[in-house]
Design a protein around this ligand. Sequence first.
Ligand code: FAD
Length: 549
Amino acid sequence: MAEIEREAMDVDVVIVGAGPAGLSAAIRLKQLDEELNVVVLEKGSEVGAHILSGAVFDTSGLDALIPDWKDKDAPVKTQVTADEFTMLSEKAGINIPLWPMPPLMSNHGTYIVSMGQVARWLAEQAEALGVEIYPGMACSELIFDDAGNVKGVVAGEFGKQADGTPGPAYEPGMELHGKYVFLAEGVRGSLAKQVMSKFQLCKDRELQKFGVGMKEIWEIAPDKHEEGKVTHTMGWPLGKNASGGGFAYHAEGGQLFLGMVIHLNYQNPYLQPYMEFQRMKHHPKIAALLEGGKRVAYGARAVSAGGWQSMPKAAFPGGALLGDSVGVLNYARIKGNHNAMHSGIAAAEAAAAAIKAGRAGDVLEDYETELRAGPVARDLKPVRNVKPLVTKLGLYLGLMFAGFDMWMNTLFGFSLFGTMGHRKSDAAATGKAKDYPKIDYPKPDGKLSFDRLTNVSFSATNHEESQPCHLQLKDPDIPVKLNLPEYAEPAQHYCPAGVYEVLEENDGPVFRINFQNCVHCKTCDIKDPSQNITWTVPQGGDGPNYGNM
Ligand SMILES: Cc1cc2nc3c(=O)[nH]c(=O)nc-3n(C[C@H](O)[C@H](O)[C@H](O)COP(=O)(O)OP(=O)(O)OC[C@H]3O[C@@H](n4cnc5c(N)ncnc54)[C@H](O)[C@@H]3O)c2cc1C
């Protein structure tokens, strides 16, 4: 194929991803120097279209970025008024008292928000400062300078045919070059993954760990809705099969944000995170809340869970990783938005100072230092052993030790356990099918629980079918020849959007990828035991279209 010619545009800072991290960076850059040219590129059809979060929102990042956010009518209105932690058994649930928990676990002063709406509002603030935001522009490639430093990205390539060649409506997109390139792609960023590998950013760090989070929005009966109430659950239906838990946040407008996060280090390859979530809704306590209500939206997204010890080096030659692309989610608090914003602010401050000093394309070491010493560090360090302790000791004992460890960190600033490691990658944790029982999930009833494809239609997901499949197999034979006999091809089980199927045809089993259904959660890129699936970015504007997530 002839080399593709593209127009190039030079700006000061190129930001990939209009989530809380990318938009905070853009805003801070313009606050520091209104002359800077800042461009934000977003693959969703509009800002917020691909944002999925709980979300109980700790406003510390927003306070630092836009202290008068209340006067600016930020969509951050519903203060948390009741906070509950319930341990579920199959038929009952007991509320665990919250007073023994260290203060860092408290939701006092936090808000229940739609992060999609917050992102749209942040985009308005950014545009008012002169930031250029281009939604529908997927960044598909990195561009390097002669010295091998990142100097830009290719964005907005459209109209490739299924075989990868340009179709009749082909648009080559353009090159955006920046003095610094910020990758704020969220968890398991496809470009972030490439820079981590090229610049060995994960060297001497612990493995990253992940979970898959699924969320439905329900409109529930007014007499059951308690605006401001937050409930977290643990226990049933996961039991010993997996760790994770559920959440139910009573948001404004009679809505309930209901979801579940399941950690991807589970072993049984038959486990279906999606069906565990559906099953959770049949618990008497949750079913009572939902009866008479209706589900209005669905989506799924991975979360990073490795925490402090798993964060790669964030600064690389020519740019930086921001937000969940560098793994800033606080596992114990199930919160990442505030840290995403803090990381965006810190990266912006380092880049603005560097540009002012006449630098470009080097390593923003000041960002690295701030990330390892500033608000993100203060949030993540005290909880760094929670995940390893729960993995090692199991839910109940693990939580007891984790509570003790968080108190030690809070009161004395150190841990008796030091900094614990994560043993295996989530892919490697997957066990062999022969060693685990099949799990017989009840059929969804269509009232409280739904099959995957019906639910995917509530994410308004759409992909142009004529483009190349963005879920690439390194070896097309592995699913049927290795994964199926060894692991019951877990892609058909772990994908929360029903993208992967194993079909029995005359010549034997066939692995099919329905990429059109992909909600961009990235679970396949993380959990495939053979690490054979690479999630690449489809053309811009495709994917879910979340309204209020
Ligand atoms: C179910 C669930 C519940 C959660 N609950 C909470 C909670 O209650 N509180 C909390 O604080 N946090 C919560 N989180 C975590 C929180 O959502 C994340 O920490 C946060 O979204 C990270 O922000 P980010 O800006 O780094 O990434 P994201 O919010 O993921 O934004 C990344 C953006 O980059 C875009 N993008 C990615 N790749 C490209 C590309 N190549 N080209 C162009 N655009 C691209 C994406 O479309 C997206 O818009 C939850 C997460 C999940 C999944």
